[in-house]
Design a protein around this ligand. Structure first.
Ligand code: ADP
Length: 421
């Protein structure tokens, strides 16, 4: 928008410049015949061949300078030499031997005469005229003020669009609580209200979906318990073992769904306490030391504590390290974990050299129940809830979580948490 205003300003200046140029050219026309008459008198007065002394006298008494180029002599009354060859002279339509033009604020008239060439220089010095300079300055300031006012007005009118833009970005990040402030009652105000209503409906729909999932999971617990009890009376054998494994799997899924729902539901209520993050990660990694490809933890400052909910942060690192190990090959290089401090933030990266994630899958990775490679994850036993849970916990702490991955090379997860101690 600023660029449009600037271009408009430049265009107005060019238009004004052209207008004044044309005006000046036309304004001079009625005086042309008078000047012509006067200069002819001057030529006659100088004599033939022209007398320099006489020319000097005229130059001293008036603001007329005379440059003469003749077959025998050439002279000029001007105190300083001028770049006369740079002057663009235009022939007069009714006087072919006369040409005139302007250069550096001076008017020039060239007369091709039998005695030689005369170039008369009339120094109006009008460009140095303080009154004219004031007018120029005033025009410039007026245009600048008008443009500044227009810029402010357009910004004011477009304010709802900027607010909507922040709203769309916030909703894109998954913040469905965001409400765009309604500042106007015109079309843009209506659009803002419609946007807020849409987010409200989306929120209700998602909440209903989550509630349904919670209710179904909850309701499944009792029949599952009954099935487990009934199974105790079944004779031992392969069928019993298969049924027990299936029941265990369903139980596991239900407890993950209910855990996730609980954390989603009361994520505002974190049990924050000074936590030694390095020690916490060390504890989690210890369980994976004997599991190939292994985990290497690059610890920097183990004495530093941060205000975190240790139980929930432990769930985050357990899930992420579990994934990094699970989706690595047995002969991959070990998973690397490192901590770095950045101003008021603490960054933790977990980098594996495993199978990686396809770019098409990366955009869905935070959605609950999303699994990038369904056949493989059935084997590894995941339900696609881990990453969505990690995101909820990290964001509840005011932090961010990002994932980058190259298929066949590996995956890196970066967690940034506010470094409040
Ligand atoms: P799951 O329990 O299936 O592992 P997650 O939510 O933790 O669920 O992960 C979702 C999907 O993201 C996984 O099914 C897997 O396909 C992919 N994924 C997660 N972490 C990694 C990783 N480190 N390397 C490769 N794929 C991964």
């Amino acid at each position: 928008m600023l660029a449009i205003i600037l271009v408009t300003g430049i265009c107005i200046n060019i238009a004004l410049w052209g207008f004044f140029g044309a005006y000046r050219a036309m304004a001079g026309r009625p005086f042309q015949s008078n000047i012509h008459q006067y200069l002819n008198y001057v030529i006659a007065d100088l004599g033939s061949p022209p007398d320099y002394g006489k020319a000097r006298q005229i130059a001293d008494q008036t603001s007329l300078q005379i440059h003469y180029q003749g077959p025998e002599a050439s002279w000029s009354t001007a105190p300083k030499s001028r770049d006369l060859h740079k002057i663009r002279l235009r022939a007069w339509p009714n006087q072919p031997h006369v040409r005139s033009g302007m250069f550096h604020g001076r008017f020039y008239f060239e007369y091709r005469h039998a005695d030689g060439n005369y170039l008369f220089e009339l120094s109006g010095e009008y460009h140095k005229n303080p009154a004219l300079r004031r007018v120029h300055g005033l025009i410039f300031i007026t245009i600048a003020l008008i443009l500044l006012g227009a810029y402010g007005l357009i910004r004011r009118i477009l304010r709802p669009v900027r607010l909507l833009d922040s709203g769309v970005k916030a909703v894109g990040r998954g913040d469905l609580q965001y409400r765009v402030a309604v500042t106007k009652s015109d079309e843009l105000g209506q659009l803002t209200r419609a946007f807020n209503d849409m987010i409200g409906r989306l929120r209700t729909m998602l909440a209903a979906k989550e509630q349904l999932l919670r209710d179904v999971s909850h309701e499944l617990r009792s029949p599952l318990t009954r099935m487990k009890v009934a199974l105790e009376f079944v004779e031992a054998g392969q069928t019993k073992e298969l049924l027990q494994a299936d029941i265990h799997e369903i139980e596991e899924l239900i407890s993950q769904i209910l855990d996730a729902a609980r954390i989603h539901h009361d994520h505002g209520r974190l049990n924050l306490q000074p936590t030694n993050l390095a020690n916490l990660i060390q504890d989690v990694t210890a369980a994976y030391q004997n599991q190939s490809p292994g985990v290497v933890f690059r610890e920097t400052r183990s004495d530093r504590t941060f205000k975190l909910d240790p139980e929930r942060i432990k769930i985050v690192f357990k899930n992420l390290i579990d994934n990094a190990v699970k989706y690595s090959n047995k002969d991959s290089a070990p998973v690397e974990i490192s901590i770095g401090l950045r101003k008021n933030w603490v960054d933790v990266t977990i980098a594996d050299n495993g199978i990686g994630i396809e770019p098409g899958a990366l955009i869905h990775i935070w959605e609950p129940f999303y699994r990038a490679d369904k056949s493989r994850t059935r084997e590894t036993g995941g339900y696609g809830l881990g990453l969505s849970l990690c995101k909820t916990i990290v964001e509840a702490h005011g932090g961010t979580i990002d994932i980058s991955s190259t298929p066949g090379k590996g995956t890196t997860v970066l967690i940034s948490l506010p470094g409040n101690t």
